[in-house]
Design a protein around this ligand. Sequence first.
Ligand code: ADP
Length: 449
Amino acid sequence: MVKICCIGAGYVGGPTMAVIAVKCPSIEVAVVDISISRIQAWNSDHLPIYEPGLDEVVKQRRGKNLFFSTDIERHVAEADIVFVSVNTPTKTRGLGAGKAADLTYWESAARMIRQDCRREILSNPEFLAEGTAILDLFNPDRVLIGGRETSDGRKAVETLKSVYAHWVPEDKILCTNLWSAELSKLAANAFLAQRISSVNAMSALCEATGADVAQVAHAIGTDSRIGPKFLKASVGFGGSCFQKDILNLVYICECNGLAEVAGYWKQVIKVNDYQKSRFVNRVVSSMFNTVAGKKVAILGFAFKKDTGDTRETAAIDVCKGLIGDKAHLRIYDPQVSEEQIQRDLALNKFEWDHPAHLQPPAAGADKQVSVVGDAYEAAKGAHAVCVLTEWGEFKGLDYGRIYEGMQKPAFVFDGRNVVDVEKLREIGFIVYSIGKPMDSWLKDMPAVA
Ligand code: ADP
């Protein structure tokens, strides 16, 4: 029996290994982590991450050929193949701070593996999207394996290929050299994020001119060379990968003396930051240029729907911006805990993935922020509602009921284009929806930066 060990039981390691265990009953898979609580959660009924379909897959194989353990040394020593899926956060200090990947955790895992025996190194970047990770893993667009172009390297590539070949068609398993695999991962995320920043940049122009960004996106997306996916305007992209991978790409470009290339990709992040501050400015300027002491309901905190993940979520920057303007926030997200929200709002940029910063927040950390159990409670007595995650349930809310309970004039700022703008205007709301023709009220307000 082939044995696999995966170091790092996070968003990547957990789901990927669970799917390998399901698809390859002849392979024994051990997922190990230094975090005792994380491993305990993987062995319980409450998995440490929310991902549609994950519970079923884990239940099916756990205790059979899928194991979660903190005994890292033993499982690494016994394994034929070791995956490393530990965190590689953006450095917060020192050389390359704010750009380069912090490889501390990766190096510590690598040194541990090296104690055991010499192994061939492969690059096997993941391309799963949170919220659809299990479906993506079952039916990937491609699997990418990079290896050294030596006979040992080629042999190792073949070994890993044979694992994926249990369920992935051969023509979808791409084999490249190490740098190609590494850069393909960064490039894929940079291209995806670039599409979002492009449509978000257009959304600002749509608002200024009276165009509707959804119509523009549809019109350009029907061009088969462009395609319709990833053209939805929003308050900005988030997630653990897009920003981190682009910053890393920028850093590698700079290290290679390619300032223009670095500047090109940096702009994708700048537009994303611009989109978030533009949203905050719009909220403040629409509400008579002050939100001090006003109650603002925040619907959604996760970086996208169907995940509880808040890493780099646009909600953090938007909430911090509103808190900075002295608003009182009442936040609701169906999957994110109060502890997580308070911690996210207390951390500085790039600190979230550095365990040293991850102490629990002090009770009542921020008196300007409370977290509540549903959207109606969040909106009760509020001056404004901001939709920051496209959770399906926000489409079907009883907005008439919400309107009744709010201060007047009642504002809705839709950062994900989920609400029915016309319907809400009929109810009486003043509605701002990204990249959509403006309410006459908003048009008359002073221009935002
Ligand atoms: P990702 O989204 O890339 O999966 P996560 O932060 O969700 O990242 O998961 C990374 C996991 O790796 C964490 O659970 C962390 O405890 C674990 N980890 C970090 N360093 C090590 C190490 N040296 N040995 C074992 N596990 C580690």
